[in-house]
Design a protein around this ligand. Structure first.
Ligand SMILES: Nc1ncnc2c1ncn2[C@@H]1O[C@H](COP(=O)(O)OP(=O)(O)O)[C@@H](O)[C@H]1O
Ligand SMILES: C=C(OP(=O)(O)O)C(=O)O
Ligand SMILES: [K+]
Ligand SMILES: [Mg+2]
Length: 565
């Protein structure tokens, strides 16, 4: 590729209502050659990684070298080049196995993009410590690990197991499920249930499923607050495992449906999440779009400049019924296959996953595929072939992110599990890039304003150009992250370097497919932005002269194709 050749194509966007159709657009200007006219800034003494403020406060614009990228991304780019960076993002649930600073650092080094805390477990103090450690990690090491808080939701679940991390239930054993409060130790073969109406609701003959069928019981007798059950499918009981009961082959959920999606405890946790400035709040057992709207207005009222994104967990029959409007209203979705598989027949879960992943892409919302991806790695250092195939399928569907739950929260091999996700993602991504195995997806327009429609056109054109011209990277300069998400949605072959001015947007972009987020304070002048970026990246050996780049920006709504000078 000739270094001297460059091309600039600019589309100037009108204000949203001023010019209603494309026919009125000024013709795009074509300027050749481009970069020769630009004085290229000389790389100053290697610019420091700016330490993250981590609360979304932009770096002082006066600092000309402010630039933020983490060491892992940097090493990855240097070692393997642009093409082989990982596109699929990784979410790790933090639990007792991974809550220490060094353990969190090992996960960040291993590729964790988002740390998830599950409010179903642990105390708020415990979670606050985890949040503080992730913050410190970002601050000290330049990472942009985002924090996702997941609500408990009004599900029926077992209590803690009197301090044990798991208890075995054997075939034919009689266990008591009780709503009674036991002071200190639980009697043998006794399980606490969190739902007051439990004994009232179940009937003799009902089937009781723990974690969607990992262990099964049959209800044999009700004695006041106690329900006696016989174990019919043995297995390990984990603390706070989810409980569902089935009658004549159907899920009993009349009472469940009466419970609010966001319980009073959840609201306190949400207040905690807002106060701590988490990046994402994932809402369990979403039934309709209203609860998302309600939560979003609550967050907006509580924190005027808050930019907490709301992720809808799709894990109930109701959420599947109202799928489109839920995803439309939320900022992203999670295919929460654990509970979903307890609510619909297991063989329907793969089709539901595919539908949710596709719909999210069409509606331009990030989507996470979660639960049991590498379940056996809770106990074993290598995954099963079937698990690897499952991970591959989620990557092939081009979900934005994959999530570890028990594997990272309480498993014996959290880092190994993350390594498996990382290496399988890289391999499958490479395979479909080389073989062009993917089906083109029709991406309907999602913007309501004309300027948003222009942005969509620019991004889909830029992504197409990037594939056809086999460019090395797309650069996007985006203040809100919207242009970056539109580019990510197109799933181009090359990585997308997303430059944004705040640490908060940078962390949010870390959940989206193919984006490599950098924080950089930039101006409205694209020429100087590009020159500065080239200089900064070259000084760190992240790009070299001759690399072919497409640059787009949401300030100027332009596309530029150029070789790095
Ligand atoms: N903060 C925590 N404290 C203690 N244990 C946790 C914590 N987070 C997760 N775990 C453990 O990891 C397991 C898997 O996590 P996750 O899938 O998030 O929860 P669940 O299985 O309840 O849906 C949990 O069942 C629990 O045993
Ligand atoms: C991710 C899920 O939710 P949780 O782990 O909170 O039950 C799930 O059910 O798959
Ligand atoms: K939860
Ligand atoms: Mg769940």
């Amino acid at each position: 590729m000739s270094v001297s050749h460059s091309l600039n194509l600019r589309l100037f966007a009108p204000p949203p209502t001023a010019i209603p159709t494309h026919a009125h657009q000024p013709p795009p200007t074509l300027l050749l050659p481009r970069h020769r006219r630009l004085p290229c800034l000389r790389a100053s003494s290697s610019p420091e990684i700016l330490v993250s403020d981590n609360n979304g406060v932009p770096a002082p614009p006066s600092d000309p070298s402010s630039f933020e990228v983490d060491a892992v991304t940097e090493a990855e780019l240097k070692e393997n080049g642009f093409r082989s960076t990982r596109r699929t993002k990784l979410v790790c649930t933090v639990g007792p196995a991974t809550c220490g600073f060094e353990q969190l650092e090992a996960l960040a080094v291993g590729g964790m993009n988002v740390a998830r805390i599950n409010m179903c477990h642990g105390t708020r103090e415990w979670h606050k410590e985890v949040i503080d450690r992730v913050r410190r990690l970002n601050h000290e090491k330049g990472f942009a690990v985002a924090i996702m808080m997941d609500t408990e939701g009004s599900e029926i679940h077992m209590g803690d197991l009197g301090g044990s991390s798991s208890v075995k239930a054997d075939d034919g054993e009689i266990w008591t499920f009780s709503v009674r409060a036991f002071d200190s130790t639980l009697p043998q073969h006794t399980i606490n249930v969190n739902y007051e109406g439990f004994a009232e609701d179940v009937q003799v003959g009902d089937e009781l499923l723990v974690d969607g069928g990992m262990v099964r019981f049959e209800v044999i007798q009700k004695i006041g607050p106690d329900v006696e059950c016989r174990c019919t499918d043995p297995g390990l009981l984990l603390p706070r495992a989810n409980l569902t009961f089935w009658r004549n082959g159907s899920l009993v959920r009349e009472r469940n449906a009466m419970l609010p999606t966001i319980s009073s405890k959840d609201w306190l946790d949400i207040d905690f999440g807002i106060a701590e400035g988490v990046d994402f709040i994932a809402i369990s057992f979403v039934k309709s779009a209203e609860v998302i709207t309600h939560l979003k207005s609550y967050i907006a009222a509580r924190s005027r400049d808050s930019d907490i994104s709301v992720i809808a967990k799709i894990e109930s029959i109701d959420s599947l019924k109202n799928l489109e409007e839920i995803i439309q209203t939320a900022d992203g979705a999670m295919v929460a296959r654990g509970d979903l598989g307890a609510q619909i027949p297991l063989e329907q879960v793969p089709a539901a996953q595919q539908r949710i992943v596709q719909l999210c892409r069409q509606l331009n919302k990030p989507v996470i595929v979660a639960s049991q991806l590498l379940e056996s790695m809770i106990e074993y250092p290598t995954p099963t072939r079937a698990e690897v195939a499952d991970v591959s399928e989620a990557v092939r569907q081009r979900a934005d992110a994959l999530m570890l739950s028990g594997e990272s929260a309480m498993g014996q091999y959290p880092e190994k599990a993350l390594t498996v996700l990382r290496s399988v993602s890289l391999r499958i991504e490479k395979w479909w890039r080389e073989d062009k195995r993917y089906e083109a997806m029709l991406l309907p327009s999602v913007g309501s304003y004309f300027s948003e429609k222009i942005s969509e056109e620019i991004c889909s054109s830029a992504a197409k150009m990037a594939d056809n011209l086999e460019v090395d990277a797309i650069f996007v300069y985006t203040k809100t992250g919207y242009m970056a998400s539109l580019l990510s949605r197109c799933r181009p072959d090359c990585p997308i370097f997303a430059f944004t001015t705040t640490s908060s947007v940078r962390r949010h972009l870390n959940l989206q497919w193919g984006l490599i987020p950098f924080r950089l304070s930039f101006s409205d002048d694209m020429e100087s932005n590009l020159n500065r970026t080239f200089a900064l990246l070259k000084a760190r050996n992240l790009i070299k002269s001759g690399d072919l780049v497409i640059a787009v920006s949401d300030m100027l709504q332009s596309i530029q194709v150029m070789n790095v000078p």
